[in-house]
Design a protein around this ligand. Structure first.
Ligand code: IPD
Length: 299
């Protein structure tokens, strides 16, 4: 019911705040001058796929809190997921499911680049319904629940950046856009894994989108935040016009999708070479590796 959903939303927001506080404390103690182990991490699937003790501790905290409060709900988290397991089981179409990345932007966290956050999503029938994203170093809390809008720090409705003269893409994409694209973790060579090629094709798409706006392909800038969750939150905010990444997991995007959609943005699965201006925007399906997000016009 709607009342239950409100209760779960309030619980998720408080959980996000508490988990973010843990992240901040852990970051401060890693970098408090002792230097000892400040950058300690372990490698997972590859040398660029890393995990810290903080990821594990914060996920354990979130998982315990959820399973105590909602024992019948399913839980999937980045650090709980066992390597090589089938992805098919991840999102249940029937059981309400929590999908959590305790620390999105682990590389940023390890290098003390402030763009890292906790990301908590609640899925109903497989759809991201509640999203809570908290970046404690930046003091930015993004929250959304289906039908209740998307918010920054609980007071400012998203999108923040409204420009009615720039209509929502892809209807009439102008130049002067800011695009974001992540480099991901796949360093293999070849058509699927070559990140240089991936980013190059995205830049071509960006230039193409820019040129349709009649400004000779001019794009104000390209960014790479190092956190797929923050990319989605910033697209929801209106700071980014488009974000694209190939290589995401469910926990990288689930909360961000809820926030972006409540802010009126669009998200789909698409490859950069496809034409984002004429492409149909089918309902996003978690389980893809590729995502393309487009901000709302906000007008
Ligand atoms: C990663 C970040 C990164 C993205 C990767 C993610 P993690 O998550 O969001 O920006 O490129 O696809 O896996 O490992 O920092 O939680």
């Amino acid at each position: 019911t709607e009342r239950e959903l409100d209760e779960i939303y309030a619980f998720a927001v408080q959980l996000g705040k508490d988990a973010g506080k843990l992240l901040l404390e852990a970051a401060q103690s890693r970098f408090n001058g002792s230097g000892q182990g400040a950058q300690a991490f372990e490698e997972k699937d590859s040398a660029v796929d890393i995990v810290t003790k903080t990821d594990e501790d914060v996920e354990a905290f979130i998982k315990t809190s959820i399973t105590q409060k909602y024992p019948s709900h399913a839980f999937i988290g980045e650090e709980t997921y066992s390597k090589g397991a089938s992805r098919a089981y991840l999102i249940s179409p029937t059981t309400p499911t929590w999908c959590v990345d305790p620390l999105d932007g682990t590389v940023n966290y390890t290098h003390l680049f402030p763009m890292f956050c906790v990301s908590i999503a609640f899925l109903v029938r497989g759809r991201p319904t509640i999203g809570v994203v908290y970046a404690p170093f930046l003091n930015q809390l993004f929250t959304a629940c289906r039908g209740r809008g998307a918010w920054l720090n609980e007071t400012q409705r998203l999108p923040l950046v409204r420009n009615p003269t720039i209509p929502p893409m892809p209807a009439n994409a102008p130049g002067g856009c800011v695009f974001s694209c992540e480099w991901g973790k796949d360093r293999r060579d070849g058509p699927e894994g070559n990140m240089t090629r991936k980013v190059e094709s995205f830049m071509n798409m960006a230039a193409e989108v820019g040129s349709r706006g009649g400004k000779g392909g001019m794009v104000h800038g390209m960014r790479s935040l190092g956190s797929a969750t923050m990319d989605l939150a910033y697209t929801a905010m209106g700071a980014f016009d488009i974000w694209w990444e190939g290589g995401c997991w469910e926990w990288d995007v689930a909360a961000g999708i809820a926030i972006l959609q409540e802010a009126g943005g669009l998200i789909t699965t698409a490859n950069p070479p496809e034409d984002p201006l004429t492409a149909e925007i089918p309902e996003v399906r978690l389980g893809s590796r590729l995502y393309l997000a487009i901000r709302s016009g906000g007008g």
